[in-house]
Design a protein around this ligand. Structure first.
Ligand SMILES: *Cc1c(COP(=O)(O)O)cnc(C)c1O
Length: 421
């Protein structure tokens, strides 16, 4: 199914609410909104930070608590196959990120999985001293890269701007750690080209899919990626602090040894053998006992993607992007769009700059339009077509421009910083 949503928006800089609602009536993804439980009157544009709640989650978690844990107790590891939940949930994610069957496992947090993937890659390139990353990468990626370089000794982190990455891929580079879609700007790196360049340099590559998985079609196998990690609570809607995932290319699964070799990554954990022997496949990237309740939430949440063609999802996100950014350009052009307009160069979030971005965002949230703020002057809005309507985007852009143009943000209350921004 291929639908060109953007065609209907061409030459429609001054779309009306009625026209936005007509797009909703023609939208093949519109029924999917029913898969989510959303608060009345709120327009939620922060699914890139914490995905909304799929309706299937609460009953599944309730059943896991009262039935599985409460009644079946420890037998649930077998009876409800808790033990293979990391692989089952991983299989659902594999489809979304273009990974081979059996190559994705759900475990731990994104930060921990970065450590595991980098550790495995460093072992595979023992004589190369450098971990190369993008200077604008998300801080946890850079912190973990530095930490594992320090821990391993004789290794160091080199940072380059996006444009300088390929030139920095020297024969000293063991592994390249990149986030496909930048968390601040929404700009997207070319996974296939950079993976090829890393391989040409004899290096391995780890892709962070925090802002890609569930947002757009990812093709890990096609790109030839070595490792990838990603986040369960953003576009995958797994709930606050949901477990993350890790991808290991099939060609590396027999040799990749991750540094957090725990008993549930063992080939036969219940022999309680004193010697570590890694499990075959991606399962060796498990460490300890899975967080069954939160993994159950993620597993149920992933069913919201059942039957969804990610190319269609992406096309709708692009149409929403066009609607929002055109409205802003026409009505509050003082907001500077930081995200590239070209769909090939970005993910599905929009970032705007404003000198008082924090206060503007607080004023917007007070009017039930929820996005978020990133230092120093950025407002982020995530486009999640499973549950966002054209109507929502039209209204959100209108509210944003009204807040900006009226100066309604300029109060001490809206300038007051919260602990979490
Ligand atoms: C959100 C995000 C993370 C989150 O890591 P956690 O361990 O889940 O806190 C990591 N990397 C990137 C690029 C992110 O956007």
């Amino acid at each position: 199914m291929s639908i060109d949503f953007s065609a209907s928006l061409d030459d429609k800089a001054d779309m009306t609410l009625d026209e936005a609602m007509a797009l909703d009536r023609a939208d093949p993804l519109a029924p999917l909104r029913d898969r989510f439980s959303l608060p009345d009157g709120v327009i939620y544009l922060d699914g890139n930070s914490l995905g909304a709640l799929p309706r299937a989650v609460a009953p599944r978690v309730a059943a896991a608590v009262t039935g599985e844990w409460g009644q079946d107790l420890i037998t649930s590891w077998n009876v409800h196959d808790w033990i293979d939940l990391p692989a089952r949930a991983g299989e659902k994610i594999a489809r979304l990120v273009g990974a081979e069957p059996g190559s994705v496992v759900v475990a731990d947090s994104t930060s921990v999985n970065i450590f595991k993937a980098l550790g495995a890659a460093l072992r595979m390139r023992p004589s190369r001293p450098v971990i190369l990353t993008e200077a604008q990468n998300f801080p946890t990626d850079t912190y973990i890269a530095q930490a594992i370089a320090d821990f391993a000794g004789n290794r160091r982190v080199v940072e380059a701007d996006a444009a300088g990455l390929v030139a920095a891929m020297t024969d000293e580079v063991a592994v390249v750690l990149l986030t496909e879609v930048n968390y601040r700007t929404g700009a997207r790196l070319d996974m296939k080209r950079l993976t090829q360049a890393a391989h040409d340099a004899g290096a391995l590559i780890v892709w962070d899919l925090a802002h890609s998985a569930g947002a757009l079609p990812v093709r890990l196998a096609d790109a030839g990626a070595d490792f990838a990690i990603g986040c369960g609570y953003k576009y995958l809607n797994g709930g606050p602090g949901a477990p993350a995932f890790v991808y290991v290319a099939p060609r590396h699964q027999a040799e990749a040894m991750q540094p957090l070799a725990g008993w549930l990554g063992h080939a036969t954990p219940f022999t309680f053998s004193p010697a570590y022997e890694p499990a075959p496949g991606a399962a060796r990237f498990r460490t300890g006992t899975p967080a069954v309740l939160s993994m159950t939430a993620l597993d149920a949440a992933l069913d919201a993607f059942d039957g969804v063609d990610l190319a269609v999802l992406r096309a709708k996100a692009d149409a929403l992007f066009d609607l929002f950014t055109r409205y802003v350009a026409d009505n509050c052009p003082q907001l500077e769009l930081l995200t590239p307009r070209d769909p090939g160069q970005r993910g599905t979030q929009m970032s705007f700059r404003h000198p008082q971005a924090y206060a503007v965002m607080q004023a917007l949230i007070a009017r039930n339009v929820i996005g978020d703020f990133r230092e120093p002057d950025i407002m982020r809005f995530g486009l999640t077509p499973l549950y966002l309507r054209y109507e929502d985007i039209y209204r959100a852009a209108g509210t944003l421009c009204d807040v900006v143009n009226s100066g309604a943000w300029d109060t001490p209350q809206f300038r007051q910083r919260n602990k979490v921004v």
